[in-house]
Design a protein around this ligand. Structure first.
Ligand code: AMP
Length: 131
């Protein structure tokens, strides 16, 4: 079985680490002390924003287990601010959204830095599809 360390080993060359270091550009929606939100480069919906912690966390479970209370509160509140900024709160026009955080192999995670996808602006269909 994988060790805790191997499960959570963070690759500092992943593309979101490079965005956080300013090495590649992004279309920022929101920056807070512990969180960055930016538009997905290949949007799957009219609104598709990625919310990432600035700290080196690979997956949601890693963040939930090891991040500080301040980071967790900041990240959670940032998701709310993004919903407000991009106008997907339920009740505003075609409001509503889906949050997705893919992790590991079964989750088909491509970038090994925690990100929550905030998607909306169209009716998204139900849940997940088969491969
Ligand atoms: P996942 O499959 O959940 O790991 O999703 C990774 C997401 O990152 C995909 O939706 C990509 O389109 C997106 N992505 C990859 N590179 C960039 C980038 N440079 N800027 C913004 N989004 C990106």
């Amino acid at each position: 079985p994988m060790t805790e360390r191997a499960m959570h080993s963070y690759d500092p060359q992943n593309i979101f680490a490079r965005i956080l270091r300013g090495e590649i550009p992004n279309k920022t929606v929101l920056e807070t002390p512990h969180t960055l939100a930016f538009h997905d480069i290949h949007p799957q919906a009219p609104i598709h924003v990625l919310v990432i912690p600035k700290g080196p966390y690979v997956t949601y479970d890693h963040f939930a287990a090891e991040a500080s209370d301040a980071e967790i509160v900041d990240f959670t509140r940032a998701v709310n601010q993004v919903c407000e900024l991009v106008g997907v709160r339920p009740g505003d026009g075609l409001g509503g959204y889906r949050l997705i955080s893919n992790a590991g192999e079964a989750g088909v995670q491509e970038v090994p830095h925690l990100h929550v996808h905030v998607m909306g602006g169209r009716v998204l269909g139900r849940m997940v599809s088969k491969p």
